[in-house]
Design a protein around this ligand. Structure first.
Ligand code: PLP
Length: 426
């Protein structure tokens, strides 16, 4: 027997307090938020305009609209791509829920495609099989900060006349063939909620290069009006509209954080490299991949356990949960993000969004199949993964990442100590 796991009464690998929380706050944050508070323009104000301009400049986009969240920006993307009642939109079977629910928000129908096990992103080889005469767009998600193969996706989209919405909510600064995500599809959504690589409490950004798409997104964002809030409003509603605007205090915080984004991303990369060095060669552990044409932003460092190797193929989910509890006992903040594939979630199984089965019951919609068996790779991933964000974020450095690696190694190499652990109790 090896050393005793903390969950079995041994010494935790990571001392309490060693992992610092995210995001770091400094005097620039304090000053900019307080100046906004005193500035007297708290709804869409000067910081909102500046955040749009600065983010567009940072990412290399022509148009940017700041929103109250990434989900709002995704909905704007759907509308920018003119997806409507009964139109089908292709979505990966594994992601955050709003990558798919944004489609229903405009009465369109999500059609799921399984993921590729190695990249955890949509399996681009299966996209064409999911295209029907009703398909209008593809939502690609650069999951965990790893870009989708956008060359393949754009070739399929061009061939079939489809639009591509990048869900870049986790992928600030991630690159494909040297180009930043958010500049590769027809439009994109970013999130600035507290988990993301650029934060402002809550918030997000819609970006595009296309003027007409920008106009449609802006109308949805501001009550269905056609003029920007900085222009003279005519208070006339031209289309279905929401209020997805950002506020000035939040935008001020986002601007302050944006000044340090490149530094944060560089630190994450260094920390992820330190963690990978520590974990390489650990038996029964599957490390995240970074294909040569991609530059990962390491938003979430996700590992999978080889459940065959650990002799738990039949109760993979339950055993994974024990591993995670053991990691937590070692002092490592890790958790299971999204343990369900999207099509298995109740809203899709029940096919009822707005009541009366809408949007699936709409006469414009065709039948879709959400049977979980159709997405075996996403299901396998859901049963065997755990991931982490905070331990690799600033102000944590490579020492913390190395400690995280030592904790994971210790638990995996001594997984036999988890055999007779009662489920759900420490
Ligand atoms: C966070 C996230 C969203 C939603 O962003 P919010 O700002 O929370 O609305 C959408 N898609 C993905 C992949 C995300 O991680």
């Amino acid at each position: 027997m090896g050393i005793q796991l903390a969950i079995r009464g041994g010494e935790p690998t990571i001392p309490s307090g060693a992992i610092k929380h995210w995001p770091p706050i400094d005097d620039t944050d304090r000053k900019m938020v307080m100046d906004s508070l005193e500035g007297g323009k708290h709804t869409f104000g000067p910081n909102c305009v500046a955040l749009q301009e600065e983010f567009a400049a940072w990412n290399g986009n022509r148009y940017a609209i700041t929103t109250n969240g990434g989900t709002a920006a995704l909905h704007m993307g759907l509308v920018a791509c003119e997806c409507g009642c009964g139109d089908e939109v292709i979505v990966p079977a594994y992601s955050w829920s709003s990558s798919a629910t944004c489609v229903m928000q405009h009465n369109a129908i999500p059609v799921f495609v399984d993921i590729d096990f190695d990249t955890m992103n949509i399996d681009v080889d299966q996209i064409e099989d999911a295209i029907t005469p009703k398909t209008k767009a593809i939502v690609v998600v650069h999951l965990h900060g790893l870009a989708v193969d956008m060359e393949a996706v754009m070739a399929i989209a061009d061939k079939h006349g489809l639009r591509v919405i990048e869900d870049a909510c986790q992928a600030h600064g991630a690159k494909f063939e040297g180009k930043k995500v958010g500049t590769l599809g027809h439009c994109a959504a970013f999130s600035f909620n507290q988990n993301k690589c650029l934060v402002s409490g809550e918030g997000g950004m819609f970006v595009t290069e296309d003027e007409a798409m920008h106009k449609r997104a802006q109308a949805l964002w501001s009550f269905g009006e056609e003029v920007a809030p900085t222009e003279r409003r005519d208070y006339h509603v031209y289309a279905m509209g929401w209020n997805y605007r950002n506020n000035d205090l939040t935008a001020a915080f986002g601007r302050a954080q944006l000044k340090r984004l490149d530094h944060y991303l560089a630190a994450q990369k260094e920390n992820a490299a330190a963690l990978t060095r520590e974990l390489e060669g650990t038996p029964n552990l599957i490390l995240p991949t970074e294909p040569p044409e991609c530059e990962h932003n390491w938003y979430n460092y996700t590992i999978r356990f080889d459940m065959e190797g650990l002799a738990h193929p039949h109760d993979a989910r339950a055993f994974r949960d024990r591993i995670v509890r053991a990691l937590n006992a070692e002092g490592l903040e890790t958790g299971v993000w999204q343990s369900f594939i999207l099509p298995a979630m109740t809203v899709f199984q029940n096919k009822d969004g707005y009541g009366h089965g809408c949007p699936w019951s709409c006469p414009h919609a065709a039948a879709v199949d959400y049977s979980a068996e159709r997405f075996p790779i996403a299901s396998k991933h859901c049963d065997s993964h755990t991931g982490m964000t905070t331990p690799l974020r600033s102000p944590n450095g490579p020492q913390v990442a190395t400690l995280a690696g030592q904790a994971i190694r210790k638990v995996i190499e001594n997984a036999d100590q988890l055999e007779d652990l009662p489920d759900g109790e420490e």
